[in-house]
Design a protein around this ligand. Structure first.
Ligand SMILES: [Zn+2]
Ligand SMILES: [Zn+2]
Length: 262
């Protein structure tokens, strides 16, 4: 399913998991639609193919926003620069490309115009590498979108007073299930799994953590919440969607590992 807002911003998911993340936000203007690719954590050819499969023109991408340097969020970065696409990310992510005029370092706690009438405000999040979240504001449709991926938490204070029309947020795992598999891994001495699950506890949002963040943000003006980056073995799409809808009284959709929004 493609999610079309009443104001005609179109949201697409091309991939969403620790194997790859890529989302399209297509913004309307007088001359049609201009797209922002948010995260580019797939091989460039796969992004092209998945866009084609969704009836989207790659040529409409005028900017790419990236949250952090991990490959599942940034794999196609250099290919995008080679194809003359402006890329916006934090300093760490763009370190290897600092002399490229198309690589734009996002200043923290500042807003930058990334497309005509589309602004992105970057704020720090908590992950095992330097990472940011974005508040994206589209002046043409007067729409505010929060995008926050791969984090354990973030400073809500910076976002106080903002009303988000749409929220894209990580919902990686159900904490109780993660605790059970972590305990089993510790008991069986499986160090690779202990490392993997400990990292998930420390640097990714659980369903409980996502709910806590949403509650603090306040959802009175929010039309929809999109859950991202579900864990392959510990993500529970239906449970998460139902729980958020029931407790938060908001429409909730899940971004699929191989694309699509349900
Ligand atoms: Zn990730
Ligand atoms: Zn990451």
């Amino acid at each position: 399913m493609t999610f079309h807002s009443k104001r005609e911003i179109q949201f697409y998911c091309l991939a969403s998991s620790s194997s790859g993340n890529a989302y399209i936000m297509a913004f309307p203007n007088e001359s049609g639609l201009t797209s922002v690719l948010v995260e580019c954590g797939l091989p460039y050819k796969d992004i092209q193919k998945r866009m084609f499969d969704n009836g989207l023109a790659f040529g409409n991408i005028k900017a790419c926003l990236i949250t952090h340097a991990h490959k599942d969020h940034s794999e196609a970065l250099s290919d995008l620069l080679d194809r003359n696409i402006n890329v916006y990310a934090n300093e760490k992510t763009l370190e290897p490309y600092k002399d490229n005029p198309l690589a734009h370092i996002m200043e923290i706690d500042r807003s930058s115009e990334i497309l005509k009438d589309v602004y992105a405000y970057a704020f720090n999040t908590v992950h095992d590498v330097e990472s940011v979240g974005y508040v994206i504001y589209d002046k043409y449709t007067n729409t505010t979108i929060l995008f926050i991926n791969d984090t354990r938490t973030f400073d809500i204070g910076k976002l106080k007073g903002l009303n988000f029309d749409y929220i894209f947020i990580e919902c990686n795992h159900v904490r109780k299930q993660l605790e059970i598999v972590l305990q089993k891994a510790i008991e069986s001495g499986d160090q690779a799994k202990v490392f993997k699950y400990t990292r998930q506890v420390r640097y990714h949002l659980s369903l409980a953590g996502t709910k806590k963040m949403l509650r603090q943000l306040g959802l009175s003006n929010t039309k929809a919440v999109f859950l991202m980056h579900l864990s392959d073995d510990l993500g529970r799409a239906e449970v998460m969607k139902r729980e958020i809808e029931y407790t938060m009284k908001v429409d909730c959709y899940v971004c699929g590992k191989n694309g699509g929004i349900k």
